[in-house]
Design a protein around this ligand. Structure first.
Ligand code: ZN
Length: 159
């Protein structure tokens, strides 16, 4: 069986950035399961998995445009400290959920200059070329329920 749309796919992966630092890994935990063809994982990784079979192992480096996007200057905003009223403290590196036009995004405080707070709405991995070391663990057709819900059912999620 090869990976194609509407398959439930289980993979183990290790993610490193261009500096070779490990950012994430499923090794030592349950494999990650996703529904292929629904944009649930980054585009570059989904494309690389297409046509692969169980026990296939591969390594792929994905450009920012097919990962979490390029860094965008217009995602940086300077807001007054009064926006954070009610918080004990505001520090560089803190992350907040902010209501954006297209939903809720995570923003990171990157600079504080007196009353001026710079927040960055870029994804923390934006601008990074990401390398995935992948092993395909399982492939099965998704169930009708899973397709109608557009996610995989399993332990802890079977609604
Ligand atoms: Zn469901």
């Amino acid at each position: 069986m090869k990976i194609s749309d509407k398959m439930a796919v289980s993979i183990h992966y290790t993610l490193t950035n261009s500096a070779g630092e490990k950012l994430d890994s499923s090794r030592g935990e349950e494999p990650m399961v996703y529904l292929h063809g629904y944009g649930q994982i980054i585009t570059g990784l989904e494309n690389a998995l297409k046509g692969k079979e169980i026990r296939d192992k591969f390594n792929t480096t994905i450009a920012p445009a097919d990962a979490y996007g390029e860094l965008r200057e217009d995602m940086l905003k300077v807001v007054p400290m009064s926006m954070f009223e009610g918080m004990d403290k505001v520090e560089v590196g803190m992350q907040f959920h902010a209501d954006a036009n297209e939903g809720v995004d995570v923003v990171t405080v990157t600079k504080i200059d007196g009353d001026q707070v710079t927040i960055d709405g870029n994804h923390p991995m934006a601008g990074e070329a990401l390398t995935f070391d992948v092993e395909v663990m399982d492939i099965r057709p998704a169930t009708a329920d899973e397709l109608s819900h557009q996610h995989i059912h399993g332990e802890g999620c079977n609604h």
